[in-house]
Unconditional design. Structure first.
Length: 176
């Protein structure tokens, strides 16, 4: 199997089959990561497609990538943050026009019934600080510590210490 970076280099040379291979390889994992940030599955699909369109745009710029997976997740993370900021600005504008106070964000509806252990884990992750919850989602997406450091723009030692804190907190939550 060809590496992600090799496929991306082929894409830079104009091989759109390489793009299809990268899309097939990351569509599912990246979509799960995006849905964990954006509760609306339709919006998450839009962000997923925007992320891959960004890959195609970068292809035209001819920029090389040292770790494709980390770079792709970083693109998706940035798009999620932009989408959430945009959503907040839109809600604030509507509230100002309607002269009503902003209501808290709606909780995402659960589409599938999950096993009890998974529900407890999700609940524990939800109670984590934002930085640790995001770290959990990225790690669950399969990123290595080095890739996490690159995506989050943090030193590797900081990622390792946050992972230690994340595991300790989740262990305590799961045992309670």
């Amino acid at each position: 199997m060809r590496s992600d970076e090799a496929l991306y280099e082929q894409l830079l040379q104009g091989d759109l089959d390489a793009f299809d291979a990268l899309y097939a390889r990351y569509e599912r994992h990246l979509f799960g990561f995006i849905v964990s940030h954006i509760s609306d599955r339709t919006e998450a699909e839009d962000v997923l497609h925007d992320a891959f369109i960004a890959v195609l745009r970068e292809r035209k710029a001819g920029s090389s990538v040292t770790c494709f997976r980390a770079w792709l997740f970083q693109i998706a993370r940035n798009l999620c943050c932009n989408r959430l900021r945009s959503r907040q600005r839109g809600a604030a504008a509507l509230a100002a026009v309607a002269r009503i106070p902003e209501s808290p964000a709606e909780l995402p509806e659960q589409a599938l019934q999950q096993q009890q252990t998974t529900a407890v884990l999700n609940s524990a992750v939800a109670r984590l600080p934002t930085q640790l919850a995001e770290l959990f989602r990225l790690r669950a997406g399969g990123l290595s510590y080095e890739e996490l450091a690159q995506v989050l723009a943090l030193p590797l030692g900081t990622v390792k210490s946050r992972m230690h804190e994340l595991i300790s907190r989740l262990r305590a939550e799961m045992q309670a």
